[in-house]
Ligand binder design. Structure first.
Ligand code: ATP
Ligand code: MG
Length: 244
């Protein structure tokens, strides 16, 4: 397997609190991996470290052939290769939907406005929001905003998408439309690492599930194995909370 993303023994502490304790993880191109684990287990911290929003204390992170944990690495350049979407929609409130989607393409990737907008329109069309292009985010539902955030993240063709609990701030009736979009991106061959509490979705869409506990990977495997026949007692205990 040629890993698109690889972490090797990643450690991260906040003060004297060890939050990541030797995480080694690999994602192949086009693989969809779900990161599950209790609140505080380190899922968001791991995603933030992968996107270089947090420096790591020890270990290495590779994106393709590049050691992106090298302190001399070009952080902005690397972040341009990674799409990230967080729990709460972080669209720019003062920009229209269209400008939100095209901003990085225009400003960072220096794509001409017409080309960026053409692509943005095609993406908005695809998610059924073409008619919202000129609206500001506050005129959209939470689910619509989160779909725009996803489209914004893929507008620059990142090598990998990091998704952090992207449905957990949504009203239950809006979760489905966002998950449907993620399902579509996965079907199109995107490489996705997603922290999620949506176990049925992880089971459905992920090629592999990684269970994090106390900042360490306890167990990983295909969803069919991990959800039905977890090997580790801690995994069983965690999963029992969802089926009880
Ligand atoms: N900037 C920070 N400063 C200090 N502690 C932090 C910081 N960010 C996270 N932590 C701590 O690190 C631990 C892991 O947090 P993290 O957000 O990664 O967990 P999580 O698995 O994403 O949880 P959740 O499911 O609630 O989102 C927690 O104990 C948290 O309080
Ligand atoms: Mg989190």
């Amino acid at each position: 397997m040629t890993a698109l993303l690889r972490t090797e023994d990643v450690w991260k502490a906040f003060g004297d609190r060890e939050v990541l304790r030797g995480v080694s993880l690999e994602l192949a191109a086009h693989e969809v991996v779900a990161l599950i684990g209790a609140s505080g287990s380190g899922k968001s911290t791991l995603l933030r470290c992968l996107n270089l929003l947090e420096p790591i204390d020890d270990g290495r992170i590779w994106l393709g052939d590049d050691d992106i944990s090298d302190p001399r690495a070009d952080g902005n350049g690397i972040r341009q290769r990674i799409g990230i979407v967080f729990q709460s929609y972080n669209l720019f409130p003062h920009l229209t939907v269209l400008d939100n989607v095209t901003l990085a393409a225009r400003v960072v990737h220096r794509m001409p406005r017409a080309a960026a907008e053409e692509r943005a329109h095609a993406l908005l069309e695809r998610i059924g929001l073409a008619d919202k292009a000129r609206e500001h985010p506050d005129r959209l539902s939470g689910g619509q905003q989160q779909r725009v955030a996803l489209v914004r993240a893929i507008a620059t063709d990142p090598e990998i998408l990091l998704l952090d609990e992207i449905t957990s701030a949504l009203d239950p009736e809006l979760v489905g439309e966002v998950l449907e979009l993620v399902r579509g991106l996965a079907a199109d061959g995107a490489t996705i690492l997603m922290a999620t509490h949506e176990m049925s979705f992880a089971r459905d869409v992920a090629d592999r599930v990684v269970f994090l506990d106390g900042g360490a990977i306890v167990e990983e495997g295909a969803p069919a194995q991990l959800f039905t026949a977890p090997r580790e007692a801690r995994t069983r205990e965690f999963l029992s909370r969802f089926t009880a």
